[in-house]
Design a protein around this ligand. Structure first.
Ligand code: ZN
Length: 648
C-alpha cells in the first residue's frame, strides 16, 4: 500500500501532457493538445489532452481520464502499479505501508513477469561487463562488430552465460519464482530437467514504449549447425511480437522531433544507425511488418522510410507488405542501399551527416520505387506490363487519402506512360471490387473512400440517464457558482445560495438521490466537502482514486471542451450556459426529478399488478394513494417544465 501523502505527491507531479507524450505525438491546439488515440485505430486525431484540467479524452472511442488512468489503460496496470510507474518517471520515492503476504500474492502475473525480465536484463548486462566469460566472449563480440561501449550500454545489451542453467539458478537464488521464469520463456522446464533458453548468447533486450524489458533476442556466438542464429523470447502475456518494434523506446523522442521514422530489419541495424548518430530508427526484428507495428509508428509520425539492402529478390518479396503501410495512411519512402550493403554495414562506413545526405538524395517515394523496379523487369513484355500496372494501382488504391491518391495516379501516369483517366478507372474498379467484398456499395463515380470509418458508439457513462448525467455535469461544473440571493435567518441580511447547495438540498430533502453507485458516491462526497473553502469539485473528482468515478467526471465535463451543443442548438437559447444558470439549474433539477418520479410510478404499477391475493386489498389501496400523490408531483413538475418534457 502506498501512503496517501506519496499518492498526492505523485498526482501533483504528473503532468498529463508529459505522461501522454511518452506514447503519443501531441500537437498543440489552442489551450489543448491533440493526437492520434492510442486506444482505437484512427487516422484523424480526436484524442485531446487538457493540461489545465490534467486530463485526456478521446472523442472517437470515449476513453478519458487523468494521468493515472492513462497509464493504467495504456500499460494494463492496476491503480497502485500505475502510481508506481509515475513515481519512477518523476523520481518520487515510494513510501509504502507494510504489505501483507496476501497483498504481495495479489501482484498480478504481468507485473511479476516484467520484474523477472528486468532482473534478467540486469543480470545479463552485469555478466557481460564484469565476468571474465562475459567480457571475453560477449563484450568481445560487440567490440569486434565495432560497437562502442555507450551503444552497448544504451541498449542494455548483455550476455547469458554458457551453461545448463547458470542464469536460472542465479534467479532462483535471488527469490524469483520458476513460474515466471517459465512464463517469460527465460527458462525452459521439463519434467526432469531445467535449462536456460539463451545460454551462450549475446542478449538484446526488447523494451516496450515505456522502457521496460518485456522480451529478449539472443544471438548465438559459437558454431552450432543445430541452433538458430537468432532466438527470441516466446509470445507471452507481456510480449506480443506483432505489436512490438525493436528500438521504439530509444527512438520515440527523435522520431517525434524529426517527424520521421526509419525502418530496418535487424537489431544490429538499429544499433549501427544509432552509433552513426541517427536515432529515429526501429526494427521489425525479423517478422513481416504488421498493422499493429505500423500503428505504433503512426502515433509518433506519418513519415516512414524503409531502408533496404540492395538485394532485389528480397525487395520484391517484401513489396506486398508495404501495401499495409500505405493502407494505414502513412507516407512511405524507400531507400535502396548500394550493392552489397545493408543498413548495418553502410552506417558503419559513414557519419550522420553523410548518411542523412545520402538518404535525402536517394530515398524514393514507394509507388515510384515499385513502378521503376517492376518496369525494369517487364521491358518488351506487354502481358507482364499490364500485370504490373494493376499491381502498382493496387498499391495506389489502398491509400486512404483521396488527394494523395490522385497525386500518385498522376505520377504513375507519367512513369507508365498511360493516360491518367484510364488509371483512375482502374483504381475505381479495384476499389469497387474490394468494397463489394467488404459488404457495402460505393455510389457510382463518387471519389472513393478506401474503408468506411465507423466511429464506435460513445457509451453512456456508468449507465446513467441523460437527466442524471446533466444534473451531475452541472453540479460538477458550477458547484461553487452563485445561483441566487435569499433572506438569511438574521433579519435584514441576505445570503448567496450556490448551485451546489441548491441542487444537493433539493435532492437530499426530497430523498431523490439516484441509487446508481457512481451517482450516489459523487453526491455524497460532494455534500461532505461542499463547505470546504478549497474544495475544487472538478479537480477532486478527476483525480478520484476510484477509476470509475474519475472517468465519469471526465466523461461528463469533457463534452464541454467542444462548445455546449445543447443550449446553443435550442433555438432561442443561444446564451452562454453560465449566464443562464438561474433558469437552467432549476430546469435540470426538475427534469431529473421528473425522470425519478416516472421510475417510481413504474415501480408502483408493477407492485399493484403483483398484488392479486385476497389479503392484498389494503396494500393496493396504499399503493394507489402513493401513486396518486406521485402523479400530482409529476404534473407539477411537468407544468413547470412545459409540455415538451411530457414526451418520454
Ligand atoms: Zn480513442
Amino acid at each position: 500500500m502506498i501512503e496517501q501523502a506519496t499518492i498526492e505527491r505523485i498526482l501533483d507531479a504528473s503532468e498529463i501532457v508529459e505522461v501522454v507524450s511518452d506514447f503519443v505525438n501531441l500537437k498543440r491546439r489552442g489551450v489543448n493538445y491533440l493526437g492520434n488515440c492510442p486506444f482505437h485505430n484512427e487516422k484523424t486525431p480526436s484524442f485531446t489532452v487538457s493540461p489545465a484540467k490534467g486530463i485526456f479524452k478521446c472523442f472517437g472511442c470515449g476513453k478519458g481520464g487523468n494521468a493515472v488512468n492513462f497509464i493504467m489503460e495504456h500499460e494494463s496496470l492496476s491503480y497502485p502499479e500505475a502510481l508506481k510507474w509515475l513515481a519512477r518517471k518523476y523520481h518520487i520515492e515510494i513510501v509504502e505501508k507494510e504489505e501483507s503476504e496476501e497483498e504481495r500474492q495479489q501482484k498480478d502475473d504481468r507485473e511479476s513477469m516484467m520484474i523477472v525480465s528486468g532482473f534478467a536484463q540486469k543480470y545479463f548486462s552485469r555478466f557481460l561487463w564484469e565476468e571474465p566469460e562475459g567480457r571475453t566472449v560477449g563484450l568481445g563480440y560487440f567490440r569486434e562488430r565495432g560497437f562502442r561501449e555507450d551503444i552497448v550500454k544504451k541498449f542494455e545489451l548483455g550476455f547469458c552465460p554458457d551453461g545448463k542453467s547458470t542464469f536460472t539458478d542465479a534467479a532462483q537464488r535471488e527469490g524469483y519464482r520458476m513460474e515466471f521464469l517459465e512464463k517469460t520463456g527465460l527458462t525452459i522446464k521439463r519434467d526432469d530437467w531445467v535449462r536456460d533458453r539463451f545460454s551462450g548468447r549475446v542478449m538484446f533486450p526488447i523494451h516496450n514504449l515505456a522502457g521496460r524489458v518485456i522480451a529478449f533476442g539472443g544471438r548465438i556466438l559459437k558454431h552450432d549447425p543445430n541452433a538458430a542464429k537468432y532466438l527470441n523470447s516466446p509470445e507471452s502475456e507481456i510480449y506480443h511480437k506483432s505489436r512490438v518494434l525493436y528500438g521504439i523506446f530509444q527512438a520515440k523522442r527523435e522520431i517525434m522531433r524529426a517527424d520521421k521514422c526509419f525502418l530496418v530489419e535487424g537489431y544490429t541495424d538499429v544499433l549501427s544507425l544509432h552509433q552513426a548518430g541517427i536515432e529515429n530508427v526501429v526494427a521489425s526484428s525479423g517478422t513481416a511488418l504488421t498493422p499493429d507495428q505500423i500503428r505504433l509508428i503512426r502515433r509518433f509520425t506519418p513519415n516512414v522510410t524503409i531502408l533496404y539492402d540492395g538485394d532485389e529478390a528480397g525487395i520484391k518479396a517484401s513489396l506486398r507488405g508495404i501495401d499495409l503501410v500505405l493502407e494505414e495512411g502513412l507516407n512511405v519512402k524507400v531507400l535502396l542501399l548500394p550493392g552489397g550493403e545493408d543498413p548495418d554495414s553502410f552506417a558503419r562506413k559513414h557519419n550522420a551527416t553523410e548518411l542523412l545526405h545520402y538518404i535525402a538524395e536517394n530515398e524514393t517515394d514507394f509507388i515510384q520505387f515499385k513502378t521503376r523496379l517492376l518496369l525494369k523487369t517487364t521491358e518488351n513484355d506487354p502481358v507482364a506490363r499490364a500485370k504490373l500496372i494493376t499491381d502498382v494501382l493496387r498499391s495506389v488504391s489502398v491509400i486512404p487519402d483521396t488527394i494523395m491518391r490522385s497525386v500518385y495516379i498522376r505520377e504513375c501516369s507519367k512513369l507508365l506512360n498511360v493516360d491518367e483517366s484510364i488509371l483512375y478507372n482502374e483504381v475505381r474498379k479495384i476499389l469497387r471490387h474490394r468494397s463489394g467484398k467488404a459488404g457495402f456499395q460505393l455510389p457510382p463515380d463518387q471519389p472513393a473512400k478506401a474503408k468506411p470509418q465507423v466511429a464506435p458508439p460513445t457509451p453512456q457513462p456508468a449507465g446513467l440517464d441523460t437527466e442524471e448525467q446533466e444534473l451531475l455535469r452541472i453540479l460538477l461544473k458550477y458547484c461553487k457558482s452563485p445561483l441566487f440571493e435569499q433572506e438569511s435567518e438574521t433579519p435584514g441580511q441576505t445570503e448567496i445560495i450556490s448551485v451546489g447547495y441548491f441542487i444537493l438540498a433539493q435532492l437530499i430533502n426530497d430523498d431523490l438521490v439516484s441509487d446508481k453507485p457512481e451517482f450516489k458516491t459523487i453526491i455524497e462526497e460532494m455534500a461532505d466537502r461542499l463547505e470546504e473553502d478549497d474544495f475544487q469539485p472538478d479537480r477532486y473528482f478527476f483525480h478520484h482514486p476510484d477509476a470509475r468515478i474519475s472517468r465519469l467526471a471526465i466523461d461528463l465535463l469533457a463534452e464541454k471542451w467542444v462548445e455546449s451543443k445543447r443550449w446553443s442548438k435550442a433555438g432561442s437559447y443561444t446564451e452562454k450556459e453560465e449566464d443562464i444558470l438561474e433558469w437552467l439549474v432549476p430546469k435540470i433539477v426538475n427534469e431529473y426529478k421528473l425522470r425519478k418520479v416516472k421510475y417510481l410510478l413504474a415501480d408502483i404499477e408493477k407492485q399493484i399488478a403483483g398484488l392479486t391475493g385476497e389479503d392484498d386489498f389494503e396494500k393496493v389501496i396504499d399503493a394507489q394513494s402513493k401513486y396518486m400523490n406521485l402523479k400530482k408531483v409529476e404534473k407539477f413538475l411537468a407544468d413547470r417544465l412545459g409540455n415538451r418534457t411530457m414526451i418520454s
